[in-house]
Write a protein that binds this ligand. Sequence first.
Ligand SMILES: [Zn+2]
Ligand SMILES: [Zn+2]
Length: 139
Amino acid sequence: MNIQKILQENGLKATKSRVALIALLEKVDQPVDAHHIFHQLKDTKIAVDLATVYRILEKFLSLGIVKQIDFREGKLRYELAGDHHHHLVCQDCGDIKPFHGKCLGEVEKVIEQHYKFRVTEHILEFFGKCQKCQSGKTI
Ligand SMILES: [Zn+2]
Ligand SMILES: [Zn+2]
């Protein structure tokens, strides 16, 4: 992924903090919240404060560079947009796995036919128990 190009295409200057934020989202294997991003960037010596992280996220959101996800934790998480998928969230250990399986195309077709409603987006997350937590073992 060419971060400079993404920013350029969206009319944004490739500031250190913007580049670092996208690089971080590219690296993590699950959606992260603003505090996590803030601490990670601080650790890599990027001069940034929490307000700036929120400002960049807002900007990226409005441009469709990132997606905001609500796992009902009282905070929002973010991930790079583009790759449509859902998540499996373990309510015991908090593990989050992306799910790239069959999507809701059929359901959307029914909605469009029966309700004459044009679906442009859907949000779908799964909550439950991961395999590890089902077995009750701590690994
Ligand atoms: Zn679990
Ligand atoms: Zn979907």
